[in-house]
Design a protein around this ligand. Sequence first.
Ligand SMILES: *[C@@H]1O[C@H](CO)[C@@H](O)[C@H](O)[C@H]1NC(C)=O
Ligand SMILES: *[C@@H]1O[C@H](CO)[C@@H](O)[C@H](O)[C@H]1NC(C)=O
Ligand SMILES: *[C@@H]1O[C@H](CO)[C@@H](O)[C@H](O)[C@H]1NC(C)=O
Ligand SMILES: *[C@@H]1O[C@H](CO)[C@@H](O)[C@H](O)[C@H]1NC(C)=O
Length: 197
Amino acid sequence: MVSTILFVLCYLALVQEMNCEPNIVYKMKNIECHTDPKYSTNASCRVMAINWNKSVANMDVDLVKPLKNISLQLQLFKKDYTNKYQPFLVNVWMNICSILSRQNFLPYGVIVLKVTKSFSNFNHTCPYEGHLFARGVYLEEQFLPNNLPLGYYRINVKVFETSPITLDYVGEIAGYVNAMEPIKTKKKNKIPSSQDN
Ligand SMILES: *[C@@H]1O[C@H](CO)[C@@H](O)[C@H](O)[C@H]1NC(C)=O
Ligand SMILES: *[C@@H]1O[C@H](CO)[C@@H](O)[C@H](O)[C@H]1NC(C)=O
Ligand SMILES: *[C@@H]1O[C@H](CO)[C@@H](O)[C@H](O)[C@H]1NC(C)=O
Ligand SMILES: *[C@@H]1O[C@H](CO)[C@@H](O)[C@H](O)[C@H]1NC(C)=O
């Protein structure tokens, strides 16, 4: 897949501390969480605007019972000209417990590893229990292929607790992101709300 190859190239460039072209910013517009009460409660997901180019997400959840073997389904959707989100390039499964214990190094697993390391308290090996939080989460071009077309995207992460024979729905995060050219600085900018379009 082209995006995977681009991602790997971009990631290697990052590792060598070169910069991928900073010509796109991924601004988070909104975030939604759904959780199954069997596994968790007190879920909260919010977006906070930092400036015209950037906003960050904060997330909290209390687990009702520990998660021991977590599978994620990561899907990308792009808004089309009729304003509907259509599947776009990415639809992958990964076991986050094996990623965090470094048993595998899938390209998208590396993204998850970087994001959890940088922003959350679930930066350790499984199981997860108690209060989980993430602070100041944002996407930057180095996490992703740098040529995603401009436009509006939905990034969907479904979380499952897995056994050799079952796949149990735990919850879901949907992040709405605008891939856009950075806003040029002007003197009289107002801080935009997280919902502006
Ligand atoms: C959910 O939040 C309430 C109020 O803060 C707290 O008393 C309760 O213990 C939380 N639930 C869990 C499972 O932590
Ligand atoms: C994991 O996150 C917590 C809370 O942000 C932090 O205090 C801790 O140092 C982090 N641990 C690792 C191994 O990064
Ligand atoms: C953990 O999840 C994987 C799927 O991601 C599954 O193949 C495996 O059997 C599970 N292991 C245990 C011990 O439940
Ligand atoms: C947005 O990002 C561009 C490029 O990084 C920068 O030149 C500009 O000052 C930023 N604008 C704001 C309001 O932060």
